[in-house]
Design a protein around this ligand. Structure first.
Ligand SMILES: [Fe+2]
Length: 141
């Protein structure tokens, strides 16, 4: 999954975080798709899950703070999308521990995560950027 300029929202801090997320998720998916033994993949799975739990939460907080700052009208709905994702990651890592580090679960998770990330960054987050641009244009009128 390649990072594209059009995914930028124009806020350097957030764009850097998005790029980092893309890089991490891409590496994760590539490892899972490789023909290495599952036992070799497990350490990266663990690492990615804990990264997702920490980094994503910080990223979401920063993004939500930015939305509040610009008075983004759909902030509440956007926060719900973030919260649902955090809950999903939490559920998956719990299941993963309970089921004894099962590969099928993680393969499904990786696919969903990748699709969610592209869709969220390229669509939902772009709406924030559009609003910010519109607001700025109105202020400059
Ligand atoms: Fe977002």
């Amino acid at each position: 999954m390649i990072w594209r300029e059009k995914y930028n929202v124009g806020v350097p801090e957030i764009d850097t975080q998005h790029e980092e997320l893309f890089a991490r998720v891409t590496a994760f998916v590539e490892t899972l798709r490789s023909d290495k033994e599952w036992s070799e993949k497990v350490s990266q799975v663990n690492e990615t899950l804990s990264f997702m739990k920490d980094y994503v939460v910080i990223h979401f907080q920063d993004e939500e703070a930015y939305q509040a700052e610009i008075g983004y009208p759909e902030a509440a709905a956007h926060k719900k999308v973030h919260n649902d994702m955090v809950a999903y990651v939490g559920t998956v890592s719990e299941q993963y521990e309970k089921t004894g580090y099962e590969e099928v679960l993680i393969q499904q998770f990786a696919g969903k995560l990748l699709a969610w990330l592209i869709n969220h960054v390229a669509a939902d987050d772009q709406k924030i950027a559009n609003y910010a641009r519109k607001k700025e244009a109105e202020q400059n009128e």
